[in-house]
Design a binder for this molecule. Sequence first.
Ligand code: ZN
Length: 188
Amino acid sequence: MILPITAYGDPVLKKRGADVETDDPKLTKLIEDMYATMYHAEGVGLAAPQVGISMRIFIVDSTQMEDSKKKPHFKGVKKAFINPQILEEKGEEWKYEEGCLSIPGVRGDVFRKAELKIRYQDENLEWKEEVYDDFNARVIQHEYDHIEGILFTDRLAPLKKKLIQGKLLKIMKGDVDVDYRMKFPNRR
Ligand code: ZN
């Protein structure tokens, strides 16, 4: 089932997600719905708060970036991260122009470290500890921020933040064109 994506301005996007109760019978269905929602919106990642659920879970499918001619050797990942914890981030910070399904039409440069180590439960609820870099690290960092209540717009340079203020207000009011389902906090 495709769920509506929570738009910028909804308080759920600013909240730290609660730990996932892994015996929750609705968990499998939630992950399934999150994949359907992400693909429908043509995203490479989606976190539970973006479908209105304040829980520590996100999904990533960066395999969609594998065909890119700019990165011929890139190998993506497709998986759910349940109760994740970033244990370490290292390497040089690099800039990438990020966007977010909750903030349509807004993009901006965000600096993040190149590599991370993460501990999480996978879809079979097995604990894993893995290292990611490149675009995989980038998507994981962006999605991890979501379950911490942080948006990429919080990480933009001050001047850029000012420049997008008007656009953000429009998104809150639902005054924006999107071709996927969204839920706007202040739509009149
Ligand atoms: Zn996002």
